[in-house]
Design a protein around this ligand. Sequence first.
Ligand code: MN
Length: 259
Amino acid sequence: MLRLMRILLTNDDGIHAPGIAILARVAAQFGEVWVVAPDTERSGSSHAITLFRPLRLRDAGPRWYACDGTPTDCVHLALNQLKVEPDLVLSGVNPGPNLAHDVLYSGTVAGALEGAHWGYPAVALSHCSGDEAQLAKLEARILPDILKRVIPTALESKLALNVNIPPVDKAPFAGLRVTRLGARYYSNEVHERNDPRGRMYYWIGGSTVTMPDIEGSDCNAIRDGYVSLTPLSDNLTRDSAMSPVRHSLSDKMDRPFQA
Ligand code: MN
């Protein structure tokens, strides 16, 4: 039933990253795989689109293309230039979590959101460990099992789903949780150094993470050893603020603005 699909893959770690290689091999069990991925690391590129320089696609094998743009550019070109008509868009597997506020910075998540924006079901996949030695174990059973469970829901909902996988060395996992984005804070460190010409430069750090205990959150699910699945919206409207903000502006809204 899940056979004969066309699956478009992208990521933000670049076409040579091991995460997209294992995703391509596992996705091939479910259908025909197309890969359009950045030619270099684009982690943290969020939903950036390239508008002020040309983009190039380079052949990187049968149905594989490297693009010198962002994950958003990749999905855009795949859908609107290469005319891949996928049944599903997959982004990842990112080596490290995309939990809570991470999704605002994540190119992995943006790749999935861009697919969903054009009307295609999409899943972002992140492994909450950067340890490449764990990838073989992820590929063997856990990733196929996750896709088997999640793909039907993705196809049905046509949404972008954000999936985080606990470190595979902690398997077996307790199961799957449908979660809301939690909260996650990095340290505020900025490293100040001198370049070889003696000029100062800065490198944003941010190693230490605090994750407040929030019931039903993606962070808690990972902490508790569950695979986390969060349905995402590309609409950032804060619905709960509509009424208080209207109230706050109540006497200022119906006054015309004079030129
Ligand atoms: Mn990444």
